[in-house]
Design a protein around this ligand. Sequence first.
Ligand SMILES: [Zn+2]
Length: 88
Amino acid sequence: MSTTTTPAATVPVCPRCRSNTTEVRSVSPVAGVWTVFGCDTCFYTWRSTEGEQNTNPDKYPEVFRLEPQNLPKLQVAPSIPPLRQTKP
Ligand SMILES: [Zn+2]
């Protein structure tokens, strides 16, 4: 029986928050073309074939980087209000 397990060492650190709580979310239907990774700390998700500014922690735009310890302090997005009952 052959298995195609991926060693954990190939899972990259998160480009946005640099945590190592990342995992493979999906792989291409044709094996080896692309892999989608996701971060369980900041929920950033990226595809292996994206440019380095989306996949490489050192090239990821500084202004969009997140510090895991600051995540609880981020503003909560307001919820969507109830829909109007009447049409305008
Ligand atoms: Zn992250």
